[in-house]
Design a protein around this ligand. Structure first.
Ligand SMILES: C[S@@+](CC[C@H](N)C(=O)[O-])C[C@H]1O[C@@H](n2cnc3c(N)ncnc32)[C@H](O)[C@@H]1O
Length: 309
């Protein structure tokens, strides 16, 4: 049976300052691991609004969280639309636990994993137009190579792209196993990583691209911070260096405020800091958490507090 262990659970909920009566938004509710803890800590009357773009995973969250009755509201949507979802409602704290859930990664039919042969899909939101097969079959060799290098941090990206293009000239690439075999062949055996499957990085790159994971992050964070009450907190847990960079830079920009060039002695722009950064350095899992849940190994948590503006 698939199980998703929430990452940095204790640290995240502590930083979110959860109290009874508060309104909390879990922007990536998944199977509801963090949301469950938020509901427990905000009892008896705190509200949790759980957003996810995957309606299948929301069914798991619904089952898990049903004992909280109307204190949990689950919404199928993208967190980049958090303002539309919340309308005029304000939040006391907002959580982003980015990336994919084990329920998605280990699903035998959804094409996220090289472990099961399935159509090369990888869409978290089934209504999205582009699948991983579309990307693999339609992008130019150069675009594919850049994508695999950037999102997968894969040093053999060029060779993998070239092998993909040669293969798809014979037959379109339609399944996970087809793709993982191509990647395995493209990376010389002596360079196959010891601790992960050779196709891990390529599959990660495609998942990030299909779900536009990095494209929506900055907007999601900015809009989330806008709907926070003064002293409300935002926490983001990232699993990829590019993701963490977006979180870090967005927080730094809002904490700085003024955007005048350094040469100007007196601020002309009038932009004031809107947040205070709580985690000077990102919080990372300890050895025990990584041992119990290897998926946590690359996690970084950053938190900030909304100022009275
Ligand atoms: C790491 S999982 C969250 C796990 C959850 N915290 C738990 O403990 O069960 C990330 C979830 O975010 C969802 N997701 C990713 N990007 C999203 C976006 N832009 N908008 C809404 N949901 C998103 C995925 O579908 C996935 O279910």
């Amino acid at each position: 049976m698939i199980k998703h262990i929430p990452v940095l659970l204790k640290e995240a909920v502590e930083l979110l300052n959860c109290k009874s009566g508060g309104v909390y938004v879990d922007c990536t509710v998944g199977a509801g691991g963090h949301a469950e803890r938020l509901l427990e800590l905000s009892s008896p009357d705190g509200i949790v609004i759980g957003i996810d773009q995957d309606d299948e995973i929301l069914k798991i969250a619904e089952e898990r969280l049903k004992r909280f009755g109307d204190r949990i509201r689950l919404i199928h949507g993208n967190f980049s639309d958090i303002k539309g979802i919340m309308k005029d409602e304000r939040a006391d704290a907002i959580l982003f636990d980015l990336g994919a859930s084990s329920y998605q990664l280990l699903d035998k039919e959804r094409g996220f994993s090289f472990m099961y042969d399935a159509p090369l899909d990888m869409r978290m939101d089934k209504k999205a137009e582009t699948t991983a097969a579309d990307i693999v079959n339609k992008l130019s060799e150069r675009e594919l190579s850049e994508l695999i290098f950037k999102y997968g941090e894969e040093r053999f990206a060029k060779r993998i792209a070239s092998f993909i293009v040669k293969e798809r000239e014979k037959n379109p690439i339609a399944t996970t196993l087809q793709l993982s075999d191509i990647v395995k062949k493209a990376i010389p055996a002596r360079f196959h990583p010891r601790d992960i499957h050779p196709a891990t990085r390529t599959f990660q790159a495609l998942r990030i691209a299909v779900n536009r994971e990095l494209d929506v992050l900055e907007k999601g964070l900015l809009d989330a911070i806008e709907i926070l009450r003064p002293n409300g907190r935002v926490c983001a847990i990232s699993f990829h260096s590019l993701e963490d960079r977006i979180v870090k830079r967005t927080f730094q920009r809002l904490a700085k405020g003024c955007i005048c060039p350094p040469k100007i002695p007196v601020c002309q722009c009038g932009i004031k800091p809107s947040i205070k950064i709580i985690t000077k350095k990102p919080v990372t899992p300890d050895e025990k958490e990584i041992k119990d849940n290897p998926r946590a190994r690359s996690a970084k948590l950053r938190a900030a507090e909304r100022l009275q503006v």
